[in-house]
Design a protein around this ligand. Structure first.
Ligand SMILES: C[S@@+](CC[C@H](N)C(=O)[O-])C[C@H]1O[C@@H](n2cnc3c(N)ncnc32)[C@H](O)[C@@H]1O
Length: 327
């Protein structure tokens, strides 16, 4: 029986989705001509594998790119993997104690769409060492800045970095123009996780980080509300914004608008990493970034805590926690 026939048989007994079992001939031809023979994932120091359910845009799919490069091997439904399986179906999180398993048996991912996880027959794939990833922020062009939603190459690299093999993480990500930005964006967090031991200690570090960024967001919100009340001045005086001849009110001039004016203006307010409010001009820059190539857009948030200190993102984080059944 050929490999693809075996895959078909197994996927029938599993869920609805069928993995592509290594892709069709033309893709292999492409891999051979451009990057040398695809040796089924043998071009990397440790084993890399994926179950590919062919649900993503092939042009943007990091798993397919790794396959074209001959770095990763495709597994079929029904086939289990002995190394660390980084999966939304994981129970514990990847931890430094996983180092030996990674070095001896490698790491695998599930190449599928985040929107179609319910189609994946998780009971027919995976292995003994299925793991979630702790809180990390995506740097890829599709989900840039989103916590937990890493793509396949980021997920594999995160696993390597957490177990202390930053060399493998760097090597893998260097095949992607935005790749090393992932390590930069998550530097502090990855260093924190690397200092842990087991799954529980990584989880504790993750919770401490989440509490910290949530506390910071609350503090910024409170500071902005306090400033607002303070700068509004004595409402009993009526003409709070009117110029007077006293020195105290000199800053209320057109040339030097107060924070209150800025806060009440229609211009949007953003915050820098120190919690300082920035009014107006920043928005234009962000718009430019949005329109520009997403590689440039990465420069916006180099500190993960900056990105998450935003009420919308906090609720996004909570949403992801629920989606991934993380307490
Ligand atoms: C849902 S797929 C999306 C792949 C994407 N289309 C790409 O181009 O790579 C990403 C895979 O990476 C792994 N992954 C990413 N983030 C994860 C997390 N927070 N916990 C566990 N696994 C994760 C899982 O194997 C997951 O199925």
């Amino acid at each position: 029986m050929s490999r693809s026939e075996k895959g078909k048989g197994n996927s029938r007994s599993g869920g609805n989705a069928k993995p592509t079992s290594g892709g069709h001939a033309s893709r292999h031809k492409h891999a051979e001509s451009k990057h040398g023979p695809n040796r089924g994932g043998k071009n990397f120091p440790v084993k890399l594998a994926m179950w590919d359910f062919d649900q993503c845009d092939p042009k943007r799919c990091s798993g397919k790119k790794l396959e074209r490069l001959g770095l990763i091997k495709s597994l079929r439904v029904g086939q289990k993997f002995q190394g660390i399986v980084v999966s939304p179906n994981g129970k514990g999180v990847v931890c430094p104690n996983d180092l030996q398993t990674v070095e001896e048996n490698g790491a695998a991912v599930v190449e599928c769409s985040w929107a179609r996880l319910d189609e994946i027959p998780f009971n027919k794939i995976g292995g003994k060492h299925e793991r979630l990833l702790p809180y990390l922020v995506a740097a890829n062009q599709v989900n840039y800045g989103r916590p937990w939603r890493l793509n396949c190459v980021e997920a594999l690299a995160a696993c390597f970095a957490i177990v202390g093999r930053l060399d493998l993480a760097t090597e893998l990500l260097s095949h992607f123009s935005w790749g090393l930005g992932f390590l930069e964006l998550n530097k502090e967090l990855l260093e924190t996780y690397q200092k842990c031991t087991d799954s529980e200690s990584v989880k504790a570090a993750e919770n401490a980080w989440l509490e910290k960024i949530e506390r910071e967001a609350q503090e910024r919100k409170k500071r902005s509300e306090d400033d607002d009340i303070w700068m509004t001045g004595n409402v009993n005086r009526g003409n709070a914004g009117e110029k007077s001849d006293t020195e105290d009110n000199n800053s209320d001039s057109e040339e030097n608008p107060t924070d209150s004016e800025a806060l009440h203006s229609s211009k949007p307010v953003t915050y820098d990493s120190l919690g300082n409010a920035i009014y107006g001009e920043e928005e234009e820059e962000e718009d430019e970034d949005e329109e520009s190539d997403s590689d440039d857009a990465q420069d916006q948030f180099l500190n993960p805590s900056d990105k998450i200190s935003n009420p919308e993102l906090i609720s996004d984080v909570r949403g992801r926690l629920n989606e991934l059944s993380i307490e």
